[in-house]
Design a protein around this ligand. Structure first.
Ligand code: IPD
Ligand code: CA
Ligand code: CA
Length: 256
């Protein structure tokens, strides 16, 4: 069964959510949740906004959100929301954070949008067709040498996990969804994330895959999406980009 939804409606919602976020940006207060991760007024306001709008427009779809939304978990199709992916960066006044709205069928991410309001970058993918950035098709980097100019987008704790021998540049902007999307767009060769939850990747994964990329466990093997869709964090770092580079990148990161 193919779900019926309107990608243009999702991009409009993400832009509206982006305006809510920008209203709070650089004058928000941060609270720590019971899992010791931060949340702001903007995260909560955006999740409430998206939940209300999506519920109204798609009453048969379930909704799972990082800030507590959990409606119809048995529905065949579910919206998986990260109202702000990159809350730590948002709260610090850094510009790389985004609104992520993914559509999943069971444990399978199907489509979605990731919108970065501070730089007005809209990544989107429908049920078919290419992944796009601001309406233009995107593609991962899939050939060419790794040089001192190559970039990987890093998990924030990479310096604690690995002795990193990558000959290029290692950057960490603070949003898993943004990292995956910029890798999908060929701005960086590959990326890594740790402590990954389903809302970090529900929209970004189909964007990556339709741009020719893939995500795997750093240690090898498929992501445990069924467990992630039930709320479990992925227990080891993930690696994303073109599989053509995976072996080389693993070889540059020596476990500490
Ligand atoms: C986090 C960010 C961060 C990533 C973590 C995520 P949040 O999401 O994407 O970059 O490394 O795995 O949990 O808490 O800002 O929504
Ligand atoms: Ca997140
Ligand atoms: Ca979040």
């Amino acid at each position: 069964m193919t779900p019926s939804f309107d990608l243009a409606y999702l991009t409009d919602l993400a832009r509206e959510a982006g305006r809510i976020a920008l209203d709070w940006f650089r004058h928000t207060t941060v609270e720590m949740k019971s899992d010791a991760t931060p949340v702001t007024q903007a995260d909560k306001a955006i999740e409430r906004f998206l939940t209300a709008k999506l519920r109204q427009a798609y009453p048969d779809f379930g909704i799972l959100g990082e800030e507590g939304a959990d409606l119809d978990e048995r529905a065949r199709f579910r919206w998986v929301l990260d109202p702000i992916d990159g809350t730590n960066a948002f709260a610090a006044g850094l510009p790389v954070w985004g609104i992520s709205i993914g559509l999943m069928e069971g444990a399978r991410p199907l489509a979605g949008v990731v919108y970065l309001p501070a730089v007005d970058d809209m990544f989107a993918v429908d049920l078919d067709g290419p992944a796009t950035l601001n309406g233009h098709p995107i593609h991962v980097i899939e050939d060419g040498p790794i040089t001192s100019e190559s970039i990987i987008l890093s998990a924030a704790d990479a310096h604690l996990r690995w002795d990193i021998r990558f000959p290029g540049k290692v950057r960490a902007f603070g949003s898993c969804a943004a990292h995956i999307c910029y890798v999908a767009a060929g701005s960086a060769l590959a990326g890594l994330n740790s402590h990954t939850a389903i809302w970090d990747i529900a929209a970004a994964l189909p964007i990556l895959e339709r741009a020719g990329g893939r995500a795997e466990l750093f240690g090898g093997g498929a992501l445990p999406l069924a467990a992630a869709a039930r709320g479990q964090k992925i227990p080891e770092p993930i690696l994303f980009g073109s599989p053509a580079y995976f072996d080389a990148i693993r070889g540059y990161l020596l476990p500490k």
